[in-house]
Write a protein that binds this ligand. Sequence first.
Ligand SMILES: [Zn+2]
Length: 601
Amino acid sequence: MTDAHKYSIRPSDPAAHLFEVRLTVAKPDEAGQVFEMPAWIPGSYMIRDYARHVVAIRAEADGVGLDVRKLDNSRWRIEPADRPVTLVLEVYAHDDSVRGAHLDTTHAYFNGPCVFPAVVGQEDVECQLEIGSSELSEARNWRVATSMNRAGAEPYGFGTYVAGDYAELIDHPVEIGSLSIGEFQAGGIPHVIAIRGNTKADMARLCHDLQTLCSYHMQMLGAPKDLDRYVFLLHAPGNGYGGLEHRWSSSLVSNRDSLPIRGDEGISPEYRTFLGLVSHEYFHLWNVKRMKPDAFTPYDLSQESHTELLWVFEGVTSYYDDLALVRSGLIPASEYLELLGQTITRVIRGHGRRRQSVAESSFDAWTKFYKQDANAGNAIVSYYTKGSLIALALDLKLRAETDGRVSLDDVMRACWDKWGETGEGMPERGLEEISADISGLDLSDFFEAAVRGTGELALEHLLHDHGVEYCVRRSKGRKDKGGDDAEASKLPSVWLGATLSLRGGKAVFVSLTNGGPAEVAGISPGDELVALDGVRANVSGSDTRIRRYRIGDKSELTVFRGDELLTLKLKWAEAPADTCYLLMSEEKDTRSLRRDNWLGL
Ligand SMILES: [Zn+2]
């Protein structure tokens, strides 16, 4: 057996955001060991070239320096050596996102792909990690939170940790700082939530609600055999939102104010959003971290990996994230339907759904979904939101057409049995074939249209069969996310077909809908709106101004394009009914019975 690779990391210069990383390889390749940094991090489908943050690199053996040669963007080869070699890197860490590494005088956080090179050809060898502390006086109370197994370190302590191989080493993000820590059990497995940030969160309440949520997910798909602990790393700044999934943990960012404090009762909309985020990342521990597309088995982190299946791994996960909130009793059915109405609204407002299928959106995630420009709304569809509606449609269709015998839960359980822990990846049509197999239904037309087509999903009928009425109305204005009914008198009859945003104190057109009045008038993304019909325009008052116009009215728009003033003629057109809300039917009948089964009421 080969000796473990010995990695170490310490915050060598927090004020300059520099980590020192050392890596000792006992038996380097005699032809000259090659080291490689990942180009991307699993779960975030964009080439990030993490090697670009390596500020300095050197190698030594027995205290004697070895030559290091850069081979390409991400790889180095060191001079041949017949004894243990040590690579020493200085890594700049100032990306405070769930995909990055961040170090300053208040804390340290890192994802393995940002800081640890792989030993090429020896990726299967066990990796030890020594996490070193900082000499800063502020760091006296710092603790370490990670799902990596301890190998000598005290709980939440600095010291030695261990991972079975390189892939595991880089799948345990690490947070170091003054942390608020809560512990709870779900499915008999210890769970931890560690919060960074100046928060007064009610930890007992958080642990209680997370336990409810995690226990629900645990009973649906069952605990994976290798899941013996789970850690939520939460950064709670004044403003922010995001998450990234891992096998034994997840990194989350959520507004400080979204968390409940002592004495808070009920679930605020912001806390509901936070719980939805937790639910999403947690569901990923099955769906994408263990059960994966064939294209990710194993991950090739040196280049893009294409699959048409992100709608399954992100869309189905997005479907279950909010659904678990109602099924576990954390929110009432009416609130779930409000969230679902908002998701439908996001999808039907995007005209790109008529141009791109979710299969294409998945495949092109690297260059389109992750690199959105002003035209994204017209050109692409989200495999998250539309993917979650396909999951909804499939679930309701299976339930209705098998008289409740088969649901999407059964499909996911069958997929999990086949690809969850077998080491095999899900083939591109895997979920489609299993759905047909276990239901006995011919679903080929459904999947062809929903997954590879760009038509509508016919949710009205499916929801109606489950005692839910699908309604649409016009948007009230900029802040209207949908999901609720609105007074007819508050709805404008016309629209601009454009999104205005406040940038540097100016009202700027950030995106335009193909064929909408603003585009037809000749407005371009980036134009600054100066005046509407001779009166100075601003973003906050724009909804009220627009409400005064009627279909067919004409206006004069004055805009700056760059530094040149333009006057454009705009003809107001009818606002589309692009905002969805859902109503529960009052009657008690077979439909409402189906609804209660679906929502777990
Ligand atoms: Zn996700």
